[in-house]
Design a protein around this ligand. Structure first.
Ligand SMILES: [Zn+2]
Length: 186
């Protein structure tokens, strides 16, 4: 199940990492931004604090693994700061990454963030187009011919359409695929 990435959920992951490292990252302040190119940030000022972008953390289509990686990436910055008094993406940070299971890559280049953002916008648009399909709608498949949507299952761009073709054949196809490849009969 996909967790909702609110402050409590992020703290739970930080606490899990604390249990591994013996540190206290889960006790630091967490704030949110609307930044499109900075997914997460650790600031060493004061006792330290985390900041995460709601553009990603509140996007229900954003993969869980990516959210976890961003949290762990920032935690590795916190850990490096506490253990080595350093910042950046150098060798001690990479050591911290491997301790907490973060991908040891500087992953917040604006290019990556823009790619992700573009992908999410496309998915949102496609999901909106999928919303126009209803059980009972008739479609024309390029190979199987005319058929009727018997059921729609799942969510967002991952929805599946159960189809019953006039030939008697039944098939389950991705609704997004169907939208892009079949004609909708009006
Ligand atoms: Zn970083």
């Amino acid at each position: 199940m996909r967790p909702e990435w609110n402050e409590a959920a992020i703290r739970r992951e930080l606490a899990r990492l604390d249990a591994r490292t013996g540190l206290h990252g889960a006790q630091l302040p967490i704030s949110f931004s609307r930044a499109k190119t900075i997914l997460g940030q650790f600031s060493a000022e004061g006792e330290g604090s985390f900041r995460f972008s709601t553009v990603y953390f509140h996007d229900p289509t954003w993969p869980v693994e990516e959210a976890l990686n961003v949290i762990r990436h920032e935690y590795a910055h916190y850990m490096e700061h506490v253990l080595y008094g350093k910042g950046g993406h150098g060798s001690t940070w990479k050591k911290c990454c491997s301790a907490v299971g973060a991908v040891p890559q500087r992953c917040y280049s604006s290019r990556v963030a823009r790619l992700l953002q573009g992908k999410h916008e496309q998915e949102r648009a496609l999901s909106g187009q999928c919303d126009s399909y209803r059980v009972g709608d008739r479609i024309e498949h390029p190979r199987f011919g005319a058929g009727r949507i018997e059921a729609i299952q799942g969510e967002s761009v991952h929805r599946l359409a159960v189809l019953s073709f006039d030939t008697g054949e039944k098939k389950t196809l991705g609704l997004a695929w169907l939208h892009q490849n079949c004609r909708k009969c009006l």
